[in-house]
Write a protein that binds this ligand. Structure first.
Ligand code: TYM
Length: 339
C-alpha cells in the first residue's frame, strides 16, 4: 500500500491540459478530489505529457498547464494538504512509461475504447503512436506513487483495469514492485453527457457552442447553454437509461451530482414541473458552483509567484516518491545502476 507517514492510503489522479475544463471534469473528477483530500495522501497532477498525444500549440499548452493547476486550487484542492504538480516536471513518468510500454501487449492497447474512438476520427497514417501507448503512461503515473485509489470519471475505468493488469504482469515477472490501484467513480456524475448531444460524453475538445459548460464560462453564458440543452417530447421528469431520455437524465444527473440527493428525492422535487423549471434549477445550481470557483481562480492567477511556488513544492514532493519507485523498478528489470 502506498501509505504516507500518517498511514493514509494514497490517491493519484490527473487531468489533461488540452483545453478548457468542463463541468464534466469537475463533477467526474475534481469534486471527488476535493472530498477525499483529508482522508488520503493525495497527488494531483496536470498531465501535460498526455496532452501531446494530439498536437498542441506550444504557447497554449504552457498557458493551459498553469490554468489547470490554478483550477485545481480554485476548485478546493488545498496545496497545504494535497500535492499538486506538473507531470513533465517529474521525468520518472516518461522513464517508467517506456519500461511499461515495452511490456504492454499490443492487443491490450488496441482494445482500449478511447483509442478506438479517437483513432476512428483520423486517417490511419496520421494517428500518433502516443495515442496507442497512452495507457502505459497513465499506468506509470499511477504506479510510481503506489496509489491505492484513483478518482476518475467512468471513461477512465478501462485504463485503470489496464494499469492493474500491467502492474500484475510486472510483479509476476520481476517480483512484487507495484501496488494494484482501485478505481473510484463518483456516485453521481461519473459520466456527464453533452448538452447538445446527450448520447455523447461531454468533452473539452468538442467545439460546438452548446456542447459543454466550461468552468470559466461567463455565468450568463453557462446559464444559457443549460437552458438550451436538448431534452425530449415527454413530460415527466425521471431518471432513465433510455437513449431518447438521455437529455433529461443528464440534467437530473448534473443536479444530483451537485445537490447530493437521492433519485427519489429529486424526482419528487420536480414532480409536476416542466422542463423549463428543471433547466432553471440545474442552471442555478451550476452557476452557484461556478461563481465562487471563478472568483478564487482569478484571484490566484493575479497573485504573482504563488502558483509557481505551489508547483515547485509539488514537484519536489512528487519526484522524491516517483524516483524511489523508478529506481526499484529499474533494479528489478535488470538495469545497471550508475556507479
Ligand atoms: P481527461 O483529461 O480526459 O479528464 C479528466 C478527468 O475528468 C473526467 N471526465 C469526466 N467525468 C464525467 N463526465 C465527463 N463528461 C467527463 N469528461 C472527463 C475523466 O474521467 C477524468 O477523471 N487519461 C486521463 C488523465 C490521466 C489520469 C492519469 C487520470 C492521465 N494519467 C492517472 C488518473 C490517473 C484523461 O485523459 O482524463
Amino acid at each position: 500500500m502506498g501509505a504516507d507517514s500518517n498511514n493514509k492510503p494514497r490517491v493519484l489522479s490527473g487531468i489533461q491540459p488540452s483545453g478548457n475544463l468542463t463541468i464534466g471534469n469537475y463533477l467526474g473528477a475534481l469534486k471527488q478530489w476535493v472530498e477525499v483530500q483529508h482522508d488520503y495522501d493525495c497527488f494531483y497532477c496536470v498531465v501535460d505529457l498526455h496532452a501531446i498525444t494530439v498536437t498542441q500549440d506550444p504557447l497554449e499548452l504552457r498557458q493551459k498547464t498553469r490554468e489547470s493547476a490554478a483550477m485545481y486550487i480554485a476548485a478546493g484542492i488545498d496545496p497545504e494538504v494535497s500535492t499538486i504538480f506538473v507531470q513533465s516536471h517529474v521525468p520518472a513518468h516518461s522513464e517508467l512509461a517506456w519500461m511499461l510500454t515495452c511490456m504492454a501487449p499490443l492487443g491490450w492497447l488496441q482494445r482500449m475504447t478511447q483509442f478506438k474512438d479517437k483513432s476512428a476520427k483520423q486517417a490511419q497514417e496520421s494517428i500518433g503512436a502516443g495515442l496507442l501507448n497512452y495507457p502505459s503512461l497513465m499506468a506509470a503515473d499511477i504506479l510510481l506513487y503506489h496509489a491505492d485509489l484513483v478518482p476518475v470519471g467512468d471513461d477512465q475505468n478501462q485504463h485503470l483495469e489496464f494499469t492493474r493488469d500491467l502492474a500484475q504482469r510486472f510483479n509476476h515477472l520481476y517480483g512484487e514492485t507495484f501496488t494494484l490501484p482501485s478505481v473510484m467513480n463518483p456516485q453521481a456524475g461519473a459520466r456527464i453527457m453533452g448538452l447538445d448531444i446527450p448520447t455523447a460524453k461531454m468533452s473539452k475538445s468538442e467545439d460546438s457552442e452548446n456542447h459543454a459548460v466550461f468552468l470559466l464560462d461567463d455565468l450568463a453564458r453557462a446559464r444559457k447553454k443549460i437552458m438550451r440543452a436538448v431534452t425530449d417530447s415527454h413530460r415527466d421528469i425521471r431518471f432513465s437509461d433510455q437513449a431518447e431520455r438521455a437529455g433529461v437524465n443528464n440534467l437530473l444527473t448534473i443536479y444530483q451530482a451537485i445537490a447530493g440527493e437521492r433519485n427519489e428525492e429529486i424526482e419528487a422535487k420536480f414532480a409536476g414541473c416542466g422542463y423549463g423549471d428543471l433547466k432553471r434549477a440545474v442552471a442555478d445550481s451550476v452557476v452557484s458552483t461556478l461563481e465562487p470557483l471563478q472568483e478564487r481562480y482569478y484571484q490566484l492567477m493575479n497573485e504573482a509567484g504563488y502558483l509557481d511556488s505551489v508547483l515547485r513544492l509539488g514537484r519536489e514532493k512528487a519526484a522524491a516518491i516517483a524516483e524511489a519507485t523508478l529506481k526499484l523498478a529499474q533494479e528489478r528489470m535488470g538495469f545497471l545502476a550508475p556507479s
